[in-house]
Ligand binder design. Structure first.
Ligand SMILES: NC(=O)c1ccc[n+]([C@@H]2O[C@H](COP(=O)([O-])OP(=O)(O)OC[C@H]3O[C@@H](n4cnc5c(N)ncnc54)[C@H](O)[C@@H]3O)[C@@H](O)[C@H]2O)c1
Length: 309
C-alpha cells in the first residue's frame, strides 16, 4: 500500500482518488477551495459504483480517502502525488514550486493537465527528474487510458515506475515520446471537434447529425478498434491496401478539412441549443451519471472480449 497525495478535488481529482483507493492505496485529497459539494459528490459517486458492483467494498474504499487540511499534510510521506488543479499554467507552476520545497526525495509527481507540456511548469526544480504528465481521460475511474508525457528533465526511471504504478492500478498507460501540445488524445479529439464545427458552421449538416455519425457509426468500431485498425480491416490487404485504394480520395477530402476552423459565436450557440434540448444544463449531473453507468456496462463487455482474446 502506498500513500498518495491528490491535489485538487474537482471532477478529475476526485475520480483519481477512487482509482488509487480502490487499488488499496491510502489517499489524501487537498483542495485550496475545500467544498462540502466535493465531499458529497465523492460519496455519491462511490455509492453509485458500489450499487453497480464496480468496487469491492464501499466502506473499505471510502475509508482509504481523507481530505487533508493543507497541501503539506496531503503530500507529507507521499510516494506519489497526482496534481489535478485548474488548467492554468501560472497556478501549476506555483504549485510545483511549493511541492518542490516540501516533497520527500522519492516522491513522483504526475500532472493531469490536458494540454500543457511538462517543461512549461515542471522544469528547473530539484524534483524535475521525478515529474511528468500523467494525463487521464475523464473520469479516470471508468476510462483506463493515461498518457505519460515526460519533460526533457524527467528521469527514465520515473517514467518506468509511473507506468508500472498505472498498470497495477488497472489503467492503460501510453507513452508520448516527445513533448507536443495536447499530447495524443486531445490532438485527435480536437481535430475531430474542429471539423465537426466546420461542417455545422458552414451548413453541411446539423449538430444532431454530427453526434449521430459518431455514436451510430464511427464509435461502434472505435470502442474496440483504433482508426488505424479500422483501416486495416476495411481493405482485403490491410492498411497498405486501404491507403492504396483510398489514398487519392483521402487526399482530396483532406485538402478540404478545416482543423483550423474557428467557430463563430452563433455556431457554438446553435450546437449548444441542440444539446440543451436533449440534455439541459440544469440536469447535467443526471446525464453524466447515465453516461458513467453506460461506460461501466461497456467496460464489462470489453473485458469479456479481452478474455475471449
Ligand atoms: N475535466 C476533464 O475532462 C479533464 C480530463 C483530463 C484532464 N483534465 C485536467 O485535470 C485538471 C483538473 O480539471 P477538472 O476538470 O477536475 O477541474 P475542476 O475545476 O473541476 O477542479 C479543479 C480543482 O482544483 C482546485 N484548485 C485550484 N488551484 C488549486 C491549488 N493551487 N491547490 C489546490 N487546489 C486547487 C479548485 O478549487 C478545483 O476544485 C486540469 O488540469 C484539466 O486540464 C480535465
Amino acid at each position: 500500500m502506498a500513500i498518495i497525495g491528490c491535489v485538487g478535488s474537482g471532477l478529475v481529482g476526485r475520480s483519481w482518488a477512487i482509482v488509487f483507493a480502490r487499488a488499496g492505496h491510502q489517499v489524501r485529497l487537498w483542495d485550496s477551495r475545500p467544498s462540502a459539494d466535493a465531499v458529497a459528490s465523492l460519496a455519491a459517486t462511490l455509492e453509485g459504483l458500489a450499487r453497480e458492483g464496480a468496487i469491492p467494498s464501499l466502506g473499505d474504499v471510502a475509508s482509504r480517502i481523507s481530505f487533508a487540511d493543507s497541501l503539506k499534510q496531503a503530500v507529507s510521506g507521499a510516494d506519489y502525488v497526482q496534481e489535478s488543479i485548474s488548467e492554468r499554467v501560472d497556478a501549476k507552476r506555483e504549485l510545483l514550486r511549493d511541492l518542490d520545497a516540501i516533497l520527500p526525495p522519492h516522491t513522483i509527481v504526475g500532472s493531469s493537465t490536458s494540454s500543457i507540456p511538462a517543461s512549461a511548469f515542471m522544469a528547473g526544480l530539484a524534483c524535475s527528474a521525478r515529474c511528468l504528465i500523467v494525463h487521464p481521460v475523464n473520469p479516470p475511474h471508468l476510462i483506463p487510458l493515461v498518457e505519460l508525457c515526460p519533460s526533457p528533465e524527467t528521469a527514465p526511471e520515473t517514467v518506468e515506475q509511473t507506468s508500472a504504478l498505472m498498470t497495477a492500478l488497472g489503467q492503460r498507460p501510453i507513452m508520448v515520446a516527445r513533448e507536443v501540445e495536447g499530447f495524443i488524445l486531445n490532438r485527435l479529439q480536437w481535430a475531430l471537434l474542429s471539423e465537426a464545427m466546420h461542417l455545422v458552421g458552414e451548413g453541411y449538416c446539423t449538430p444532431e447529425d454530427v453526434d449521430a455519425v459518431v455514436t451510430h457509426g464511427l464509435a461502434r468500431r472505435w470502442a474496440h478498434l483504433g482508426p488505424l485498425a479500422v483501416g486495416h480491416l476495411n481493405a482485403a490487404t490491410g492498411l497498405e491496401g486501404y491507403f492504396d485504394g483510398l489514398g487519392e480520395a483521402i487526399t482530396r477530402v483532406r485538402d478540404t478539412l478545416r482543423t483550423d476552423y474557428v467557430p463563430s459565436e452563433q455556431t457554438i450557440a446553435r450546437a449548444h441549443a441542440a444539446l440543451e434540448a436533449r440534455m439541459p444544463v440544469s440536469n447535467l449531473s443526471d446525464h453524466a451519471a447515465t453516461r458513467d453507468r453506460r461506460i461501466l456496462a461497456l467496460n464489462r463487455l470489453l473485458q469479456d472480449f479481452e478474455q475471449q482474446g
